[in-house]
Ligand binder design. Structure first.
Ligand code: RP5
Length: 152
């Protein structure tokens, strides 16, 4: 994430991945405040065993794109609502990557979906993870089907 102010919003990604038994590394790195450290993180990620990078940032959010420029690992961008434009700025900045360097972008503050998408990418080659995702979906479906809404 680009700032500690993003931490609460990004918790969802960590929670989802942890619940699916996937190891998570959490870092605060900024494309504009710590550009060298962000670049080094992306440059070394694959060799350190990282499979997917989730990048959450707000405002003129270029963290996801800056990381994507330096690695062929899949990058998932989470536009975060902050500042005067409330996330529309981050959404556009994250999703509108020029051709050739993709960032898979989830909705504004969509860190849970980012975690789920990262898990699904890992699940392509990890049958245990894929099975746990299916189980989580089945559990969720059961909960919804078992729920009741009663109006007075
Ligand atoms: C972005 O600017 C961060 O990702 C954060 O969402 C936003 C505001 O950062 P702070 O000024 O709170 O550190 O770089």
């Amino acid at each position: 994430m680009g700032s500690t102010s993003d931490a609460d919003t990004m918790r969802g990604a960590s929670d989802v991945l942890t619940s699916l038994g996937i190891e998570v590394e959490v870092r605060v790195l900024s494309a504009h405040r710590t550009p060298d450290a962000a670049a080094e993180y992306a440059d070394t990620a694959r060799d350190r065993g990282i499979a997917v990078i989730i990048a959450g940032a707000g405002m003129a959010a270029h963290l996801a794109g800056a990381l994507a420029a330096r690695t062929t690992l899949p990058i998932i961008g989470v536009p975060i609502s902050s500042g005067a434009l409330n996330g529309i700025d981050a959404l556009y900045a994250t999703v509108q990557m020029p051709s050739g360097i993709p960032v898979a972008t989830v909705g504004v503050n969509g860190s849970k979906n980012a975690g789920m998408l990262a898990a699904q990418i890992i699940g392509v080659t990890d049958a245990d993870v894929a099975a746990r995702i299916q189980q989580a979906r089945d559990d969720n479906a059961e909960k919804i089907l078992g729920s009741e809404v009663v109006y007075d």
